[in-house]
Design a protein around this ligand. Structure first.
Ligand code: G6P
Length: 368
């Protein structure tokens, strides 16, 4: 009913708009005096944190893309070797999981069969297993050594939105806490990051206010057959998630590529009919991504940019663009993913698709 959807036409729309609030709740009580403190959530001792040499992060679907975003901060904020894998692959590989491994399983539902099986394998191999989940009583939550709960509230839309940003936040908190316990981050660095992290809910709400701009993009591009999403660095997994959202609910073919890899294949598909969605915040990789945008333009592909506010240089090269507020580069995924979620939603709405319950998809996949 409309009441359950709090005035929104679809659960997905409601959930997209809850993301500022979800981030605030996820951070609440977990940051004090400018430092991340997860001692109320996690039973990790200083000795545990010192013993670990490796982090494995395992998940499926959107949760896997949240893990790929987090990989980029674990490699910066901690001194551990980090591997991220899809649960259905991980469970049959030999990734040398052992008592020196912290294995983190990310699952909104905590009921995904492959993720549960991967956890059992890692546990048998002696790893410390941690779950990041939205469901306290789930199978995964009951089996692990430690849990960090998302406080996203129930997510009804099959396509995950608020739990993606919630999972990225929970993973970032874990990386910051681990960095602190291992002493792999300076106090200055930690203070700078925590300070910016606390601004993110407000900046997310600022992006949500640009919905009308995204509706115009959806009106302009909804009849295309194929899309290419590109990004580099921490924006590559954002491109993957943006393409997934579009596929899931609009059934339009969308592919995501690391922008620098475009010339090794997908550029062959580009012409004036194939829009390129470029995730290009002002960060370390900015100039590199921009040169890939020019390669796409040279093949006459229309380019839609997700850029940083006031970036007149990049926007000059775009056919269309949406701006997000400036943030430290680690935090840009929280902002750049929002226009992509809204774009998928509005394209699917214009096309008259079953947004909350797309064909062939389930909210949680409880069979292998
Ligand atoms: C299904 C859902 C996705 C979700 C994935 C993993 O495919 O449709 O939205 O990302 O499962 O689910 P989990 O509950 O493990 O995060």
């Amino acid at each position: 009913t409309m009441a359950e959807k709090a005035g929104h036409s679809h659960y997905m729309h409601k959930e997209i708009h809850e993301q500022g609030m979800v981030l605030r709740t996820t951070l609440k009580g977990r940051i004090s005096d400018g430092r991340v403190d997860l001692s109320k959530d996690l039973n990790w001792t200083q000795e545990d944190a010192q013993r670990w040499k490796k982090v494995h992060i395992i998940a499926c679907g959107t949760s896997y893309y949240a893990a790929l975003v987090a990989e980029r901060v674990f490699e910066r904020w901690t001194d551990l070797d980090i591997r991220v894998d899809i649960a259905s692959e991980y469970r049959y590989r030999n990734l040398r999981c052992d008592p020196e491994t912290l294995a983190i399983f990310v699952s909104q539902s905590g009921e995904t069969a492959d993720t549960i099986a991967a956890q059992r394998k890692a546990r048998a191999e002696g790893a410390h297993c941690m779950a990041i989940t939205n469901v306290r009583g789930s199978t995964l939550a009951r089996e692990v050594h430690s849990i960090l709960l998302l406080k996203a509230g129930p997510e009804i839309g099959v396509a995950a939105t608020k739990t993606f940003t919630g999972q990225v936040a929970a993973l970032f908190l874990s990386a910051l806490y681990l960095g602190r316990l291992r002493g792999s981050m300076t106090a200055d660095e930690e203070a700078r990051l925590v300070n910016e992290f606390l601004q993110i809910p407000y900046k997310v709400e600022n992006v949500l206010e640009k919905e009308n701009e995204v509706i115009k993009l959806a009106q302009k591009y909804h009849d295309r057959q194929d899309f290419l999403f590109i990004g580099r660095g921490i924006s590559f997994p954002v491109a993957l998630e943006g393409a997934l959202k579009l596929k899931e609910i609009s059934y339009i073919h969308a592919e995501a590529y690391a922008a620098g890899e475009m010339k090794h294949g997908p550029i062959a598909l580009l012409d004036e009919k194939v829009p390129v969605m470029a995730i290009i915040p002002r960060d370390m990789m900015y100039e590199k991504t921009l040169s890939n945008v020019l390669e796409a333009k040279a093949r006459k592909a229309p380019v839609i940019g997700v850029c940083t506010e006031g970036d007149e240089h990049a926007s000059k090269y775009m056919d269309d663009y949406v701006e997000v507020p400036w943030t430290d580069e680690e935090f840009s995924p929280f902002l750049t993913v929002i226009p992509l979620q809204l774009f998928a939603f509005h394209v699917a709405k214009i096309l008259g698709k079953e947004i909350d319950q797309p064909r062939n998809l389930a909210k949680s996949v409880t069979v292998e």
